[in-house]
Design a protein around this ligand. Structure first.
Ligand code: PHB
Length: 393
């Protein structure tokens, strides 16, 4: 039997996505030893289709730590979005309502790639193509048992483990059910999500409320577009070939005889929208961050931003703990600080989700259309919405 390789570190970070890589960079900057364990390699992470809207508070925080340089040399900003129905279209100039705050348009996967590069340049330790298998806790520490791509076993001993490994990851499964409360809601709203190699047709985000269901356009960059189409829960991807997708998008965007800039659809998946919050986001030496701790409907693009804000708070606490400024009990502040803002974001995303979708009940349809109309008629609501849209404070 081959010997098991072991590593000692203060913080073991499971998952090398946005939360994991920001946390790793922040801890490393303050000389808190950490190791990132990720099951994919950086190139495969870059090829995944994820969100692409970064809030100004996130950009500011990344900038402070020298983590935004690549993004800021290569991004777009956006301060307007458009809502369309068969009867009217409405442009929300949210930046002018919220004091000039804009969205930064930059694919999440590119950001993760940049963060990994910076971490590597700063001699941080990230291990790729490694699968976590089990997590054990004791009074002395926490142990992650994993297997490398070559089949060799690796054991990491740490003082703390931070689970940044997503909604289906190992870390949340390592927490006993009775130790936390999990609030969960499925919304009975289903999407086809596509990524297309195509020039954007529209200069900003479009939400279209067609009687057949919602369609949305999101910019990724000059050559990649994200589109969403609401479909029935029992509908299947097999029923949607490329021609049908493009034709349906054009119809739902009320484009008449005009065509979108059609292009190769290189990623397509079906999504069912849901919300989940874990409270607290800690169990002894294990902390959960990002999707491992909470899931949010994509409407409003809050998911990655929440994940990064989770670890901004957690990093500060872990650094203070490392320097002996606070004790282990004080690390509970992580959940106490984050949960109110996570619920606020849930509220925003759920409201936007309901405002733009087709509902099975006429009552809900009219109810949410009334909210949508308030965006046009109530300056107070439009201002509140515009503030929360670009960053939950
Ligand atoms: C996205 O970037 O995928 C996104 C952005 C805003 C939304 C929904 C999705 O409202």
């Amino acid at each position: 039997m081959g010997s098991v390789k072991t590593l000692e570190t203060e913080v073991c970070i499971l998952g090398g996505g946005p939360a994991g890589m920001v946390l790793a960079n922040l801890l490393h900057e303050e000389n808190v030893s950490c190791v990132v364990v990720e099951k994919l390699d950086p190139e495969s992470i870059k090829a995944e289709g994820r969100a692409g809207i970064i809030e100004w508070t996130t950009v500011e925080a990344l900038q402070q730590h020298g983590l935004a340089e690549q993004m800021l040399s290569d991004h777009r900003t956006q301060g307007q979005c458009e809502f369309r129905t068969p009867e009217w279209t409405f442009m929300l100039d949210y930046a002018s309502l919220n004091g000039g705050k804009v969205h930064t348009v930059y694919p999440q996967t590119d950001l993760v790639y940049d963060l990994s590069n910076v971490f590597e340049q700063r001699n941080g330790q990230a291990l790729y193509r490694i699968e976590g298998q089990s997590i054990e806790q004791s009074n002395e520490g926490v142990t992650l048992n994993c297997v490398q791509a070559d089949g060799e076993q690796l054991t990491i001993h740490a003082s703390f483990l931070v689970g940044c490994d997503g909604g289906r990851g190992l870390s949340k499964r390592a927490i006993p059910k009775e130790a936390v409360r999990v609030y969960h809601q499925a919304h009975n709203i289903h999407w086809i999500a596509i990524l297309a190699q195509a020039k954007p047709y529209f200069p900003y985000t479009i939400y279209a409320m067609h009687p057949d269901g919602m369609a949305a356009f999101l910019m990724r960059n000059d050559s990649v577009c994200r589109y969403y189409l609401q479909i029935d829960g029992d509908d299947d991807l097999e029923n949607w070939n490329e021609d049908r997708i493009w034709a349906t998008l054009e119809q739902r965007f009320f484009m008449g005889n005009k065509n979108l800039h059609r292009g190769n659809i290189f990623k397509i998946n079906k999504m069912s929208l849901r919300s989940l919050v874990t409270d607290p986001m800690r169990y002894q030496r294990i902390f959960l961050a990002g999707d491992a701790a909470h899931l949010i409907p994509p409407t409003g693009a809050k998911g990655m931003n929440l994940a990064i804000h989770d670890v901004l708070v957690l990093a500060e606490l872990l650094i203070d703990h490392h320097h002996g400024k606070i004790d282990s009990g004080d690390l509970d502040l992580y959940s106490k600080k984050r949960l109110p803002l996570i619920w606020k974001a849930q509220n925003f995303s759920l409201q936007l989700m309901n405002m733009i979708h087709k509902h099975p009940s006429d009552f809900d349809q009219e109810l949410w259309m009334s909210k949508m109309k308030q965006l046009q008629t109530s300056p107070a609501f439009a201002t509140d919405f515009s503030i929360d849209y670009v960053g939950i404070l």
